[in-house]
Design a protein around this ligand. Structure first.
Ligand code: DC
Length: 228
């Protein structure tokens, strides 16, 4: 068992099981888990609820409103996982909706939004002992992370997993809608100018299309143990 704490960065495409792995790793290692995507989702929810997004995103208005957007993770005592709060309100449910998923990529492409989020993420990782998942964690947020992982899985498997996760909450959702959203977000997240989703050259790629959650966790724990 390692004694010195490290930083673990997990990046990859939408719905590749990054948060499932990150949460399990954090629990196993006694580390802090940070879902950086939840932060971009929180900003998107604010924009949707405050007339900043109608049929288009008003980028200038969003930038002027940024100081009014106060987001924080508060620890849920029973799950021991941080939940996203926006201006004092728990928004864990609404940020996972398709309404937010449909707009989060354009919001996450705004440099001023990213600057604010990245500063918060780096502050949360100052003492190490953190597992953070997202799109730019290994490339921008923690370029010196001791372990960088890049997760992938086939489009069909990712869509099915996401659909299974969402269908209990929303009945008017189809597998096709979920797949279209994943593919469109991946495209936007990979092609934006600021901090696009890329695999850092030093990241280890894990295709988990045919891996169980348990097998993947064991594999990554071995990687952690094997670090110098
Ligand atoms: O991980 P997620 O699907 O909840 O993330 C939602 C969106 O937020 C994703 O489509 C792109 C953006 N994101 C980002 O740009 N950078 C991150 N570090 C995390 C998420």
């Amino acid at each position: 068992m390692r004694t010195n704490k490290i930083t673990i960065a997990i990046d990859g495409y939408s719905s590749t099981g990054k948060s499932t792995l990150a949460k399990a790793l954090a629990k196993e290692l006694g580390y802090l888990y940070v879902d950086s995507g939840a932060m971009y989702r929180a900003v998107t929810l604010y924009a949707l609820d405050h007339g900043i997004i109608s049929d288009r995103l008003d980028t200038d208005l969003l930038i002027t409103k940024l100081p009014e957007i106060n987001i924080e993770f508060r620890l849920n005592a029973s799950s021991q996982v941080g939940e996203m709060f926006l201006n004092g309100k728990n928004i864990e449910g609404p940020i996972r909706s398709m309404r937010v998923s449909d707009w989060v990529s354009p919001v996450a492409a705004v440099s001023e939004v990213r600057t604010k989020m990245v500063a918060m993420q780096q502050a949360m990782g100052l003492d190490k002992g953190v597992v953070m998942d997202g799109r730019d964690i290994g490339s921008v947020v923690f370029p010196d992370a001791e372990l960088k992982l890049f997760l992938t899985a086939s489009d069909d498997i990712r869509s099915q997993r996401r659909f299974d996760e969402l269908k209990s909450k929303s009945t008017d959702l189809s597998l096709q809608m979920v797949k279209a959203n994943l593919i469109s977000r991946d495209q936007q997240d990979s092609s934006r100018e600021d901090s696009p989703l890329i695999k850092s050259p030093d990241a280890i790629v894990i295709d988990n299309s045919n891996l169980t959650i348990k097998d993947q966790l064991e594999l990554v724990l071995k990687l952690v143990e094997g670090l110098d």
